[in-house]
Design a protein around this ligand. Structure first.
Ligand SMILES: Cc1ncc(C[n+]2csc(CCOP(=O)(O)OP(=O)(O)O)c2C)c(N)n1
Length: 337
C-alpha cells in the first residue's frame, strides 16, 4: 500500500475514534438526543474491511459499523445532521441515530434494526451483480451475537450454493449486549463455521488494521473473480457498553484494560507507521488537528440545519408516481441496483 493511502487510513482511523469519543461526551452532557452505539476499539475491523472495497462495491452494515460507513464515504456533516434529527441528515430528520445509509451516493445500504437482516439483503445484491456480470462485490457486517440468528445461516448457505460475490464479516467484539461468546455458540471460533458452508473462513486480529485489510482484500478479490463467498471473523473487544445507557458492569475486571493496552487498533497503527518512517510525530499531530476541525465543522453544520417540516412526514416513504413504468422502476436506469 503506498504511503499516501496508509496516511489516509490513519486519518480515517483517528476520525472514527475522535467522532466516537466526542459523540459519547455530548451524549453524557445531555446535548445529543438520540442513542449512540460506540464502535471504539473496533475501528481496525471496520476500516480494514471497508478499505478493501471499490467505490461501486456495496456495504451492508449494522448498528455499530459507522467507522466502516465513514470509510466507504459517508459524509460526516450529514451523519451529524442525522444524529440531531435535521433535514440534512440521511433520513431527512426521521431518525436520530445509526439507521444511516447512502445507497445512491456510495453504496452503503441503510442500517436495518432487525439483525442480521442485512445479510440476506446482501445476498440479493450479490445475486444481481453476478447476473449482470459486472464484477461488483457486496460485503455485509454483523456482530458475534447475530450469528445465532437463522437468517445468518440461511444467507451463508444461499451464497455458497450460488457462489455469490459476497464477503461476510463478523465483528466479534465478544459481547452481544451482556451475553459473552461462550453463551452465544459452542464452536471454538466463528470462522470455522465456514467449513459447514463450503467457503473459506479466516480469523483475524481486529487490533491490527493491516491484517484485517489483507484478509478482506483477498476475500473481495476472490469474490470479484468468480471464487464465491468468504467469511471473515475479526476479533476485538467492545470497549463501551452496548449503547450509551449501558455501563457494561458485566465485563470481567482487567479485560478492557488488557485490550486497550495491547489491541488498540489506532495506537498500534500509529506506532507501526512511526517505526516504518511513514509518518513523524508532527504528522500525527496534524492529522489529529484535522479530525478535530472536521468534527467541529460537522457539529456546526448539524446545528445550523433546520428541522424537517411536520407536513413533509410522508414524503419519501413511497415510490414516486410513474416509478414502475419508468426506466428507473424497471431497473433500466441504474443497472443492478
Ligand atoms: C432479530 C433481532 N433480535 C434482537 C435485536 C435487539 N438487539 C439489538 S443489538 C443486539 C445485540 C447484538 O449483538 P452482536 O450481534 O454481537 O452485535 P454488537 O452489538 O455486539 O456489535 C440485540 C440483541 C435485534 N435488533 N434484532
Amino acid at each position: 500500500m503506498p504511503d499516501d493511502r496508509l496516511k489516509e487510513m490513519l486519518h480515517t482511523l483517528k476520525l472514527c475514534r475522535y467522532f466516537d469519543e466526542r459523540m459519547e461526551a455530548l451524549y453524557r452532557q445531555g446535548r445529543l438526543p438520540g442513542a449512540i452505539y460506540s464502535g471504539r476499539g473496533q475501528e481496525g475491523t471496520h476500516v480494514g474491511v471497508a478499505s478493501a472495497l471499490r467505490d461501486d462495491d456495496s456495504l451492508f452494515p449494522t448498528h455499530r459499523d459507522l467507522s466502516a460507513q465513514f470509510t466507504k464515504g459517508l459524509d460526516l456533516k450529514r451523519v451529524m445532521a442525522q444524529y440531531w434529527g435535521r433535514i440534512d441528515g440521511y433520513t431527512r430528520g426521521r431518525d436520530g441515530n445509526s439507521h444511516i445509509g447512502d445507497w445512491a451516493g456510495n453504496r452503503t445500504f441503510t442500517v436495518i434494526s432487525h439483525l442480521p437482516i442485512a445479510y440476506p439483503v446482501a445476498c440479493g445484491a450479490a445475486l444481481a451483480y453476478k447476473r449482470a456480470g459486472d464484477r461488483r462485490v457486496a460485503m455485509a457486517i454483523c456482530g458475534d451475537g447475530s450469528t445465532s440468528n437463522g437468517r445468518w445461516h440461511e444467507a451463508l448457505n444461499w451464497s455458497s450454493i450460488h457462489q455469490l460475490p459476497v464477503v461476510w464479516v463478523v465483528n466479534n467484539n465478544q459481547y452481544a449486549y451482556s451475553t459473552p461468546n461462550p453463551l452465544e455458540f459452542h464452536v471454538r471460533t466463528i470462522a470455522e463455521r465456514a467449513v459447514a458452508y463450503g467457503m473459506p473462513g479466516v480469523r483475524v486480529d481486529g487490533g491490527d488494521v493491516l491484517e484485517v485489510y489483507g484478509a478482506a482484500l483477498e476475500a473481495v478479490e476472490r469474490a470479484r473473480n468468480g471464487g464465491g463467498p468468504s467469511l471473515i471473523e475479526s476479533v476485538s473487544l467492545r470497549w463501551r457498553g452496548h449503547a450509551g445507557h449501558d455501563p457494561a458492569k458485566y465485563m470481567p475486571n482487567g479485560l478492557l484494560e488488557r485490550y486497550m493496552a495491547e489491541k488498540d487498533p489506532v495506537k498500534n497503527f500509529e506506532e507501526y507507521l512511526l517505526a516504518e518512517g511513514v509518518v513523524t510525530k508532527e504528522d500525527i499531530g496534524e492529522v489529529q488537528e484535522r479530525v478535530e476541525r472536521e468534527f467541529d465543522e460537522g457539529y456546526a453544520f448539524a446545528q445550523a440545519s433546520p428541522f424537517p417540516e411536520s407536513g413533509d412526514v410522508t414524503k419519501g416513504l413511497w415510490v414516486e408516481d410513474g416509478y414502475w413504468t419508468s426506466d428507473a422502476g424497471r431497473g433500466g436506469g441504474t443497472g443492478a441496483d
